[in-house]
Design a protein around this ligand. Sequence first.
Ligand SMILES: [Zn+2]
Length: 1026
Amino acid sequence: MTNEAVGNFVLVEHFKLKYADEITVSKWRSRESGLTVVHLDYSAPIVKGYFVVATEIFNDSGCPHTLEHLIFQGSENYPHKGTLGNLANRAFATHTNAGTTIDYTAYTISTAGSQGFLQLLPVYVDHILWPTLKPAGFTTEVYHINGKAQDAGVVYSEMQGRENTVDVLTARAQQSLFYPKTSAYRSEVGGMMEALRKLTLEEIRNYHATYYVPHNLCLIIAGSLSTETLLDTVNKEVEPVIAAHGQAKGPRPGGWRRPFLETPSAETPKIQGEKQTETIEFPEKDESAGKVLLTFVGPLPNAFLERKAIDILGTYLTDSPVSPLTREYVEISSPLCARVYFSQDICASFCGLDVEIDSVPTEHLETIDERLKGSLKRIVEKGIDMERMRVVLKTGRLKLSSELESNGGDRFYLDVIRDFLYGREDGKELQASMWELGYYDALDGWSSGQWADILRKYYIDAPSIVIRGKPSAQLADRLEAEEKARIAKQSERLGPEGLVRLEKELEAAKKENDAPIPAEVLIKFPVPDIKSISWIPVQSVRNDSDKSLVRLTEELEELAKHLAGDAADLPYFVQFDHVKSEFVSVTAYLSTASLPDRLRPYVAIYLSSFFSLPVVRADDTKLSHEDVINQLKKGTVSYNCGTGVGSLFKELVRIDLKVEISQYEFAIGWLHDLIFNAQFVAERLAVAIAKFQRILSEWKRDASRIVDSVLGSLTYDKTSTAQAKEVTALIEIIPKLAQDIKESPEAVIKDFEELRSRLINPTGLRFSVTGNVLAVNKPRGAWSENFPTPTETALVPVPLSKDTLSPLGKNPVKKAVVVTLPTTESSFAIHITNSISGFNHPEHPALCVAVEILQGGESFLWKSIRGAGLAYGANILLQLESGLLSFQLYRSPDSFKAFEEASKVVRGLADGSIVVEETSLEAAKSSLVCALARQVSTPARAASVSFVNQALKSVPQDHGRRTLEALQKITVSDVRDAIGKYILPLFNSSSSIAVVVSGPAKVDEIAKGLMSVGFEVEKRTLPGSA
Ligand SMILES: [Zn+2]
């Protein structure tokens, strides 16, 4: 672009990123309104938007966060709540979202293709700059007291689930000790519960008027569209509206001070003496472990090279079992913590450097920070291991290229946000902030001494703030008693009449919010054509165990020719999925179906130690676990293992290595030796087991994890490997294993040998190659040379979770379990029922649309539950693999109340008393289009979906697109039928079961509610947290 200006927009800065010249960056500012627009231009099927406001606040009222929620409640031109979400759905967008951090609020959107994006942009900005901010929205979305005298509201529930967690409590203590009294960085931007109970709409309105102004707003657009067209849209549809509001006052109106930079927040903290410490308590019945947080004052935010060096040092110190700190603190038989984590908080005049030490045994809480400093000193005295440092730098570089391939310019959105907040106004720091590869080049030349200097300067010789988070059972009890007393007092203060009045007010607010959106507003917005989306082509060929090649994508023949040209004998299943890429991944899938049940829980430990066991290579070279990690780090971009793919096929163990194309054979050789030739040694297994003991103490506090796990223990039987890896199973097995590995290590090792011998059963082995297969010389030969076993064997079908259902899972009736969890104040619930199973069920399209209509953005559940402040999240999940359908409530003040409300809505939809409008149907369909486009939006994802569809789901490669076509035919009456037949049974105790995890204060009430609708309720506590 040679023009200096397009309409009001003056070009501030413009460059191509040198290491990926397909990314062009341009930054523009309106001379009239001061609005900033940044375009990261690169080719990709998805266009993303980040609309950013610098949100500085000097108290804990939660104005930035509550405002973020209210923005979506309606705007001047689109006053009806939900219009934005509905229009987004029509425009092939996933539903709009937002997030508030300590220094900014970002509103996000992603659409399939650019047409929908440009349609939505002015509507979104209308919401951000001119929201209605009405009392009814405040009531439901922020805070209210319900008819039971409970405090509720979406934001309130959200913060209730967070406020007393160890992470938040230590962060709060750090903020108030570290930052000067006048600094905005001390604030809880989400809002403290106590403050939220007092916050008024007036305060939020005033906050909006001050900060949500065009000269404090930056529109970041990442993706493929013409910059001119983008600016034209803003010039024609946004700028005139700003001017009409009298807000076009130029980039720097009189009296305006840039948030953070030109306010007291710019002051750099001064730590008194060598260190300042504080110990805080957090509620936890299990008092065995806590957390320590260290903070140091780091470099200037624009010291990009130094900041990259600090980042690399954090990786060097902690990224793998051979990193100095991980080796010393975690990879030992009595770990001192579960992990050490280095991070940077970028502020106006400096970066805060945090070191988080998680799950520290209580007896070490007081001493671990000094110990850590001692370790860092020793590391510096011994000298940085430059060979490892070179590997860390090389891997960092490769990961960067891999991310660029996946995310394109979107990789840099955070740099653009920080530049908007803290960078020079003339844009001259933007390019430097993105120039990562340049910093890698510079760091390649650093000496051991230079690295040591950084560690000394910022960590060893620097003063620190140390916060110790100590578990307290007493505090858990006290908080519970206080909360009950507060509610009782509140109930008394309000009296029966007061409560009735509040309930009425709430109903009135809901009614006002629910006023239907006039159809013409929606219809005006054309739904883009599905054909306008470009899909990434994937060529797919399978090598079967009878050595034949099967071409899976008929129209593309290049790959088939390439594979046929490599006439190697390959007597097992390998599927090749080719996409344009600089990388190639090899993956093994191992079936757990034939494992003895008693060994299933061992899979968790096997996988956690998978890449850190000694190995005897095929050529008899013996490698220590350190050698193994070093070689893998050196030769790969990444390596991972786990069970399943995403949430599916959890009965399969998955191992994958991603490498540069030249390392294809290396990857296959290692895949083989890691699976077949790893040595189970007592010491390494003891380390893995001990790590689990630490991690379990965290998992036991995680309500979402527990609700899943307890439900799984009801619905799956002992033959489920997925369930054997869950927290409820591990709580039982890990302490015993820890004992056994000390007392009879041989027996434990024998068990692991048996586990592996079952996993490598050739009837359950499948392999996948994804990435640039065409660039590989011997795509098949590399396997036959480096992966000699297994031999010709017929495969048994892919094991499915459906095969592991318990009697209650097959017939979910009446049972409900309510678990008390002291570390949360809200409740989490899952209700399940039977549904359709299989990936190609004829009723799937109708049910899929029905689920989307119920749970998509601005849909029925969203409105009646989230909108009414009954829970932060409500979802319906169709699990085709198990044939179960679940209704999930996330962070709810009272999950039973939310369940009842959902039940009313679903009944209404099923009997037709609540009508599904054509526009909702269209929106649901179109939002499913975007969801699908995102699943295959990068080369790596497209190749992986091709494998999963054909090899695991046994459906065609383009099954997703075919489903989209089938969806288009679904009618309103199909949806109503699907709701009645499949979703309604979720809300009937005679065809469903439920698990609720709740803070102690609400347990009795929720249990009573469930009993009142026919559930047989059992109350539980987790072992060790009673
Ligand atoms: Zn929120």
